[in-house]
Design a binder for this molecule. Structure first.
Ligand code: ADP
Length: 863
């Protein structure tokens, strides 16, 4: 250390406490970075790397950014998952003895950003903290600093389950104790899903005891303590907007595991990971970002309490039937800004004049919203009304205080409205009058001197001056005019009078700026008293926004209000898959009924691939979830019970990256369902056993059905291509066979997408392969083999042996790579196959790139 200059020594001692962050070290008008930080930052931010003498024999790598453009660079680093520690000069350099004192004033991290440009309006920005228990149990506290929300969870899992829990909650940053941090940081870093941070302090910091006093488990206290400590030590400022940690008891919510959320594409699709095509995309007609975030939260946590579901459904019904009131509410909500984040910014101390203006404008819409809401006349609307305080007093205060054109930045001035402060108005008058006086001086002096071209001007260095061109200098009254500056063709003068006025103006303006600043801080701290009330209001407006969104989408897509079944029966008529229906022409979607009751709680669904089995299964799960979040459902009529959990094993959600084979994933998901389901659950199992050999698969499918039937009794939809299993309905009384109908027309397979009782006669596998355009000789061959197996009743092994022998004959050899040149008579066949290819495309599952490739292929074929 001693080899370095005192300033570099200071840098190194600060850096020692902030190893995992880029240290932005303030030197005059720049933030400088040194050593490795400089090497890395210059590469990431593409800024010039220089070096400086720091007292050692080698020069020290250095790079820097001007302080006024630092926010842009900080944003880039944080968006890339890095942390930035801001180290400021905390004493006046003129007063400093030796090196100016410097301190880290804030650490900006991916989970603690408050900057609008780094936050997405419609998504929460979560940070999570962990407390590990002795026997695999752990507590997770998830918070959003930008809104003040905090939630707690108590669970049990292995390391991989805990990491999955963090990513399921979409946290940007996980705060761990230092030993867990060291152990896990590499795998977290490699997964690139979120940033890891360490914090060992886990006692509840001062001022936060009220946030946790209701929590009944020491691990929740520890996780909350860790989180609040981390926020306190990184942000180093008021966290007055953070709300108590909410812990939902397990029986309030429908449980939805990570597999099912993904399989059902609730908030994003599996393929693109985008919102488009998800249930969230379909249901989102919210008008505010608060509402959009709330809708996403609701979809991730459907309710399991009858009274709560009923109350939401009733409110949606009221909004649905009162079109004009709903439209009015929608229009008013459009003018409501993100009050949740505005309130947080006020508490945090970074609300701008524009933010206060937006808060005022939002508040001014509340009375009109409440007036419409009071027309709805239902328990839900009454409750919302009670929670919506207009804060008239605050709105009036802001109306008086903040200027209509308040700027984005504090330093731009013109923040405070006239009439709010007599002192400020006085300075303003002085400045305005002084300027008017100066403006009239030009005319006065022209008359007094007779110089018509005399001008009054202003510049930053000399202030106000009187300018006279060289040719008129003779007319200058030298006893009054004092020479200030000589230009090539003119002279500039001041008079004692002008100087005095200028002094008054400048003094007034300086005082005005200082006073405006002080008043603004005063206003902001006054608004701070309202933060909890504003958060409650924001929460209620967000709720109303989601409910109106449900009503609007229900009307647009012809959804109906479901009946919550008391007896556990499912009776849906004309049910549809809401997303598939939306993306395809509504006329084409084939609606289907579904009935399940305690006598027939399981359906075994057979039918060819592509017939619509998994769509039918998802349809039920989505209908249940829609009801349990409080939305109407896609059907002509629907009655269904509240499900405590939904388990799904559908489609290709293979965790190939995680190293799990398709079959293993299938078994893991099935295991999870079987171990956790109850008689109140819904289980959807799609083609279980397909990932292994026929006999294995069939045997497993058989025993899984029996197990659910005999030991769980959950409502279950089980699709299979093992037609042999349909015989189980003879021995398992609760199991019923249904199938998706398909017919062969003119030798071609036509899917009817209609679910009918009984089992399918045929699997049509070869016809589907034909639609997928496998080579014609191969299809012919498959049909031949099938004929042998079916008609002649031969064993598969025998058929394989016989056909293998036949293949030895050269004339019956078939090639997958037959010449593409077709005899003339086959042209029609080719266009058929192109049509078949087009109709078999699963547009929902395709990315634009897939579509391009397919189109290319089709064109090639057509040519
Ligand atoms: P399966 O699970 O039987 O292989 P899917 O459920 O994946 O079949 O359905 C295949 C395609 O058929 C879907 O992508 C959809 O385009 C279409 N489809 C499914 N059900 C219907 C329906 N009820 N009405 C119209 N089209 C449907």
């Amino acid at each position: 250390m001693s080899q370095y200059t005192p300033m570099i020594q200071q840098y190194l001692s600060v850096k020692a406490n902030h190893q995992d962050a880029f240290l932005f070290f303030r030197l005059g008008d720049f933030y400088e970075m040194f050593f490795d930080d400089a090497l890395n930052a210059s590469r990431i931010l593409e800024i010039t790397l220089t070096s400086r003498d720091g007292g050692s024999s080698d020069r020290i790598p250095m790079c820097g950014v001007p302080y006024h453009s630092a926010p842009g660079y900080i944003k880039r680093l944080v968006a890339d998952g890095y942390k930035v520690a801001i180290c400021e000069q905390v004493e006046d350099p003129r007063q400093a003895k030796g090196v100016v004192r410097r301190e880290v004033v804030q650490i900006i991290t991916p989970g603690t950003v408050m900057d609008d440009q780094l936050l997405s309006d419609r998504d929460n920005n979560y940070i999570g903290s962990l407390a590990l228990g002795e026997k695999g149990e752990y507590a997770l506290v998830i918070a959003d600093l930008s809104t003040g929300e905090a939630k707690g969870y108590l669970r049990k899992a292995e390391k991989s389950g805990i990491l999955a829990d963090f990513s399921r909650h979409r946290v940007k940053e996980a705060v761990l104790d230092s030993s867990t941090y060291s152990e896990w940081k590499d795998s977290i870093h490699n997964s690139q899903e979120f940033t890891a941070s360490s914090e060992d302090r886990d006692e509840i910091p001062d001022g936060f005891s009220g946030h946790v006093s209701h929590l009944n488990h020491h691990l929740l206290h520890k996780a909350a303590g860790r989180l609040f400590q981390y926020l306190k030590h990184t942000q180093k400022r008021s966290l007055g907007h953070m709300r108590p940690v909410i812990v939902q008891s397990d029986d309030v919510l429908m449980k939805l595991d990570a597999f099912s959320k993904r399989n059902l594409e609730l908030v994003e699709t599996n393929r693109t990971k985008g919102k488009k095509g998800s249930l969230l995309w379909l249901l989102d007609k919210t008008m505010t970002s608060m509402g959009a975030r709330k809708l996403k939260q609701w979809l991730e946590e459907p309710l399991f309490i009858r009274s709560l579901v009923k109350q939401r459904l009733d409110t949606v019904e009221a909004l649905y039937s009162k079109f004009f009131e709903r439209e009015e509410i929608r229009q008013q909500l459009k003018n409501v800004y993100d009050m949740e984040r505005l309130a947080a910014k006020v508490a945090f101390g970074n609300a701008s004049p524009r933010d206060l203006l937006q808060l005022k404008l939002s508040l001014q819409n509340v009375p009109a919203i409440k007036a419409q809401l009071s027309q709805l006349d239902c328990a839900g609307s009454e409750e919302l009304l009670m929670k919506m305080d207009e804060h008239t007093e605050l709105a009036d205060y802001l109306e008086r205080a903040v200027h209509e054109n308040a700027p984005l930045l504090l330093k731009e001035g013109n923040i405070i409205k006239e009439g709010f402060s007599a002192e400020l108005d006085e300075y303003r008058d002085a400045s305005v009058n002084g300027k008017a006086w100066i403006a009239s001086l030009e005319q006065k002096e022209r008359e007094a001197t007779g110089i018509r071209s005399l001008k009054i001007g202003y510049n930053k260095i000399f202030g106000y001056f009187i300018e006279v061109t060289r040719s008129n200098l003779g007319g200058v009254p030298s006893e009054r005019y004092e020479r200030k500056q000589t230009l090539s063709n003119a002279e500039r003068f001041v008079t004692p009078e002008l100087k005095e006025k200028e002094r008054l103006i400048l003094e007034a303006e300086e005082k005005m700026a200082g006073l405006e600043h002080a008043l603004f801080l005063e206003i902001r701290s006054h608004v701070k008293n309202y933060v909890p009330g504003l958060q409650q209001l924001a929460g209620s407006l967000a709720e109303l926004d989601v409910l109106q969104s449900f009503a609007s989408v229900s009307e647009e897509r012809r959804f109906v209000k479901p009946v919550i079944s008391e007896s556990g029966q499912v009776r849906i008529q004309g049910g549809r898959h809401p997303v598939v229906e939306k993306v395809m022409d509504a006329q084409e979607y084939v609606a289907n009924d579904i009935t399940l009751d305690n006598n027939h709680s399981m359906l075994l669904i057979t039918g060819p691939n592509m017939a619509g089995k998994s769509t039918y299964m998802r349809q039920l799960a989505l209908t249940a979830i829609m009801m349990q979040v409080g939305c109407f459902v896609p059907a002509d009529s629907a009655e269904l019970p509240l499900f405590d959990q939904i388990f799904t094993r559908i489609g290709a959600a293979d965790d190939l990256v995680g190293g799990q084979s398709t079959f293993m994933v299938e078994m893991l998901e099935t295991n999870y369902a079987i171990r956790n389901a109850t008689a109140d659950s819904l289980i959807l199992l799609d083609e279980i056993g397909r990932g292994t050999s026929t006999y294995d698969g069939m045997a497993l499918a058989h025993s899984i059905i029996e197990h659910i039937h005999d030991h769980i009794g959950a409502k279950t939809l089980f699709s299979t291509h093992y037609h042999e299993l349909t015989i189980l309905s003879e021995t398992l009384p609760s199991l019923k066979n249904v199938h998706v109908s398909a017919v062969e027309e003119d030798g071609r397979l036509v899917f009817l997408h209609k679910i009918v009782d009984g089992h399918a006669d045929q699997s049509f596998g070869i016809q589907v392969a034909e639609l997928a355009d496998l080579p014609a000789p191969l299809i012919k061959r498959a049909k031949h083999i099938l004929g042998d197996l079916e008609k002649n009743g031969k064993e598969p092994v025998q058929v394989i042996k016989e056909t293998a022998a036949a293949l030895e004959q050269p004339e019956s050899q078939l090639s997958l790579f037959e010449s593409p040149v077709q005899p003339a008579g086959k042209t029609a066949k080719k266009s058929d196959s192109i049509i078949a290819m087009i109709t078999s495309l699963n547009l929902l599952e395709m990315t634009p790139l897939d579509a391009m490739n397919k189109l290319y292929e089709l064109q090639k074929k057509a040519r």
